[in-house]
Design a protein around this ligand. Structure first.
Ligand SMILES: Cc1ncc(C[n+]2csc(CCOP(=O)(O)OP(=O)(O)O)c2C)c(N)n1
Length: 498
């Protein structure tokens, strides 16, 4: 029987893409999307994000010379198509399993993963490090960071752009703008990107193409003029990215292979400094159940390809997350000073339950754990009773804020630490392994760990009433022990555990 993936079968690695015509690269993307869907249907994983970058993955590997050129995926949760065409196709069945392929990029796994990730918003900093290494004689070609509109809400991305604009090294940042984080993205940046994207990719591409044409035959011009030649001609001049010192190209249609190849080739030929290429994509692209779902199948269990129906294990007890969400909503109903903070994880933390009842008292700050912690400290200093709900491993991002803004000032921020302990398939980067170590050594801090979901309810009542200083309660991923829940939590004696 003829293989349904004839083009993909010819690709053992990115070097094979160089032999394919542009039309064949388009066919490859179609087959790669299908392969990604089928693979993830058998393992579960981050499907929606991977489907959104299929064309981008093919185009980057076709135009650039990985692994000498360094391709750095932000978060790394969208790298499944990248894994399939970088020599890991036959191991995709082991994805996210013990001793199998990681669900993220990982240096020890492949030369094509030059920088590991899983926590967001590190890619531009890392890519800039590689670019400077190249300028200092290291064996590095071009450096390309691919970052989502969710990940670019984090301060670290701006710290990196600020530095890149200053250093002026050649560097490509591809903004993968699908107007989704895990939940819909929040904030002024999201509105700003929508404003740019609404101007229409075709008009912008035309302007870009004209800019390229005008620029190509000309003599090499000074940096500022070269930057202008790459720019799309946004009305009113520069975008925010240009203010940072980047050349801006876009918005382009990130599913149109022709636009992608033309833009990347032109950028590769022309760029001398940092360039930002703004791609508009659709999360879950090309798979109807994903495109139609609220979460765009950000993370899925195993599923049936024909229907998209996921195979979920039967649970006997409510999850700790659910108990947290419902208990906080009940506490908030009793105490108007209770507010809650999430860093882009309203569903994952269970704060969506409270947000449904008290939308004005739940704050999604974007992927900005550091800001979230200090924002909570400010709320506590004002007399409010903030619950800062951040997964154990992501709380690491806000550590100096915990020390400097919360603990040293003895401010009563309540830290709700979900995903404490081992988490399974997401692996080491997501394991909540360090919170006891990094919190219990701080002055003025109370740290609690719930042994079951009833204890979680009591710990939350304890935390709500605790105005003497910071207090944290940690609880694991997944379902509780199945114990009976108290109608209302009782305040526990601090310093006494079991
Ligand atoms: C520091 C940190 N906080 C939270 C997360 C959880 N997280 C994983 S992916 C994601 C959303 C990323 O959105 P975006 O960058 O737009 O990529 P998309 O999934 O839309 O392709 C979040 C919040 C994380 N990985 N790292």
């Amino acid at each position: 029987m003829e293989s349904p993936t004839p083009t993909l079968d010819r690709v053992a690695g990115p070097a094979d893409l160089k032999a394919l015509s542009d039309a064949e690269l388009g066919l490859l993307a179609i087959e790669l999307r299908q392969e990604t869907i089928e693979t993830v249907s058998r393992t579960g994983g981050h499907l929606g994000s991977s489907l959104g970058v299929v064309e981008l993955t093919v185009a980057i590997h076709a135009v650039f010379n990985t692994p000498l050129d360094k391709l750095i995926w932000d978060v790394g949760h969208q790298c499944y198509p990248h894994k399939i065409i970088t020599g890991r196709r036959d191991r995709m069945g082991t994805l996210r399993q013990k001793d199998g392929l990681s669900g993220f990029t990982k240096r020890s796994e492949s030369d094509y993963d030059p920088f590991g990730a899983a926590h967001s918003s590190t890619s531009i900093s890392a890519a800039l490090g590689f670019a400077v290494g190249r300028e200092m004689g290291m064996a590095v070609g071009d450096t390309i960071a691919v970052i989502g509109d969710g990940a670019i809400t984090a301060g670290m991305a701006y710290e990196a752009m600020n530095h890149a604009g200053h250093l002026k090294e050649r560097l490509f940042v591809i903004l993968n703008d699908n107007d989704m984080s895990i939940a819909p993205p929040v904030g002024a940046m999201s509105a700003y990107l929508n404003g740019i994207a609404d101007k229409g990719p075709l008009a912008a591409l035309k302007a870009a193409a004209e800019g390229f044409e005008a620029a190509l035959p000309g003599p090499v011009r000074d940096g500022a003029r070269r930057a202008r030649a790459l720019v799309t001609g946004m009305p009113g001049g520069g975008t925010l990215f240009e203010e940072f010192g980047f050349s801006y190209i876009g918005p382009i249609d990130g599913h149109d292979m022709g636009q992608l190849l033309a833009t990347l080739r032109a950028a590769k030929m022309r760029a001398s400094g940092p360039v930002l290429i703004h791609c508009v994509t659709v999360k879950g692209k090309g798979y109807a159940p994903a495109e139609g779902a609220d979460d765009k199948y950000h993370g899925v269990a195993k599923f049936d390809v024909a229907t998209g129906v996921q195979v979920k294990g039967k649970s006997n007890a409510p999850s700790y997350t659910q108990v947290f969400g419902e208990t906080l909503t009940a506490e908030a109903a009793r105490d108007p000073r209770i507010v809650a903070i999430t860093a882009a994880m309203p569903g994952g933390t269970g704060l969506d339950i409270m947000a449904a009842r008290f939308p004005a008292r739940v704050f999604d700050v974007g992927i900005a754990e550091q800001h979230g912690v200090t924002f909570a400290a400010g709320l506590a200093a004002s007399g409010m009773r903030p619950f800062c709900a951040i997964y154990s491993s992501f709380l690491q991002r806000g550590y100096d804020q915990i020390v400097h803004d919360v603990a040293l000032q003895k401010l009563p921020v309540r830290f709700a630490i979900d995903r404490a302990g081992l988490v399974g398939q997401d692996g080491a980067t997501h394991a909540g392994a360090f919170d006891i170590g990094f919190l219990a050594n701080l002055p003025n801090f109370t740290v609690m760990a719930a042994g079951d979901e009833a204890e979680l309810v009591h710990m939350m009542a304890t935390a709500a009433a605790h105005d003497e200083g910071p207090i944290a309660f940690r609880y694991p991923r997944g379902e509780g022990a199945g114990v009976e829940l108290p109608a209302r939590g009782a305040r526990l004696e601090i310093g006494r555990g079991r």
